[in-house]
Design a protein around this ligand. Structure first.
Ligand code: HSE
Length: 428
């Protein structure tokens, strides 16, 4: 058997400890699959004395991640610290410069600095792998990079933030408002330290930008993602959408168009009976459409100790086997700059309006929609006791520009009460 692959693990939080446990409990299995033992030689964490649910006595402790990244007894630097800048990025660069391969779960770092890191890793002949960065335990990076390498990818979409999916499905099943469920999620420890990363759609957009880079051969372009979080999704919309046969999901969609790369992360309606519509709780789902394969649906746990550590191990095993792949599936210097395009692909839209209940109100709304070139597919007016009438409209396919035009014109009718709500209905 060949020499052991020696790991230095930086970060001993949930994922880091998960990796330690798998390496300890599956040592023989990993050695057989890699053709060499996989060993941890050194670790580091902010707090060395914290009580952790794993035996770390056999490992050297480095004083810092950057020290760990420089150690001679480390072949692979496993970066599980997180954060777009700072020590995670510094230590990753030091590890590469010191001749080590790197495995990371850090989606923010890859979305923001992936291009520079990939170019440096490839220049130095080192591996930089990141299966755990997107959709936790779902092997979506390897699926796109390897299994679908023979496809031109048409579209990648998915629910890639488990916390948001938990909040939206819990609102639906319990009939609770957003604020109450947000607080529940906080109590359960589901939210990131900065919750806007989750509910603001940023975490999921980091993941989308990484997938788009691999899918379309473009430089990761987080700045090109049109982002809207779930903060404005109300229980009313969840209930009304259900009434019309839809669920609301924080959905990421990336597709290459003649005008450029569309990347959007926003609350969307999807049919209740579609795979995305049936996705419950903290689970993630990624849908990939390739010209040869058609549509693939990958579903699984998007976070947590075991699933994320499982993904980290898949990269470690790849490196142990001597496999070297370009970071984003093709040489980084050849990746095109993605020209960001505002969403223009037509879709049906859900509109929820509150109208003053007086003669001609509906006719005025229909005129505005007609003037914008928008055709109504379905419409429902709900029972009401007050003077205002809640109205729900599902349009035929139309463009985002037409919707914006109509939304801007609606207040001028003088019959709209409050803010209209518009949500895109994504075809799955
Ligand atoms: N906060 C993330 C989620 C964890 O809820 O999916 C994984 O990025």
């Amino acid at each position: 058997m060949s020499a052991p692959l020696r790991l230095g693990i930086a970060g001993l939080g949930t994922v880091g400890i998960g990796v330690v446990k798998i390496i300890q409990s599956h040592a023989d299995l990993l050695a057989a699959r890699c053709g060499r033992p996989v060993q941890i030689t050194a670790v580091c964490a902010r707090d060395r004395h914290r009580n952790r649910d794993a035996d770390l006595s056999g490992y050297a402790w480095a004083d810092s991640a950057t020290d760990l990244a420089r150690r001679d007894d480390v072949d692979v630097f496993v970066e599980l610290i997180g954060g777009e800048e700072g020590v995670a990025r510094d230590a990753t660069l030091i590890a590469l410069e010191s001749g080590k391969d790197v495995v990371t779960a850090n989606k923010a770092m890859l979305a923001m600095h992936g291009q520079a890191l990939a170019e440096r890793a490839e220049e130095l002949g080192r591996a930089l792998r990141f299966e755990a960065a997107v959709a936790g335990g779902i092997p979506v990076i390897k699926t796109l990079t390897e299994s679908l390498a023979g496809n031109s990818i048409r579209r990648v979409m998915g629910v890639m933030n488990g916390t948001c999916n938990y909040i939206l499905t819990r609102m639906q099943s319990a009939g609770l408002p957003y604020d109450t469920v947000f607080e529940e999620a906080r109590q359960l420890g589901y939210l990131e330290a900065d919750p806007t990363l989750d509910v603001g759609g940023i975490d999921a957009s980091h993941k989308l930008a990484i997938l788009a880079a691999i899918a379309f051969g473009t430089r990761p372009a987080f700045d090109g993602v049109e982002i809207e979080g779930i903060e404005r999704v109300s229980i009313d919309d969840i209930n009304r959408a259900a009434d019309m046969g839809y669920r609301i999901k924080l959905l990421g969609v990336a597709q290459m168009t003649a005008r450029g790369l569309e990347q959007r992360m926003s609350p969307c309606l999807v049919p209740c009976d579609s795979p995305l519509g049936q996705l419950e709780g903290g689970t993630n789902m990624v849908v990939i459409e390739g010209d040869a394969v058609g549509q693939l649906v990958l579903r699984g746990p998007g976070a947590g100790e075991g699933p994320t550590a499982s993904a980290v191990l898949s990269d470690i095993v790849e490196i142990a086997r001597g496999v070297r792949l370009p970071v984003f599936g093709q040489p980084a210097t050849g990746l095109q700059s993605a020209h960001p395009a505002r969403t223009a692909v037509p879709a049906a839209y859900y509109l929820r309006l509150t109208l003053a209940d007086k003669p001609g109100a509906l006719a005025k709304v229909a005129t505005v929609l007609g003037d914008a070139g928008i055709s109504i597919d379905r419409m429902r007016q709900y029972c009401h006791s007050s003077g205002d009438a809640p109205v729900l409209i599902v349009t035929h396919k139309t463009t985002p520009d037409a919707i914006d035009f109509a939304i801007a014109a609606l207040p001028r009718t003088g019959v709209i009460v409050g803010e209209p709500v518009e949500l895109r209905i994504e075809e799955v």
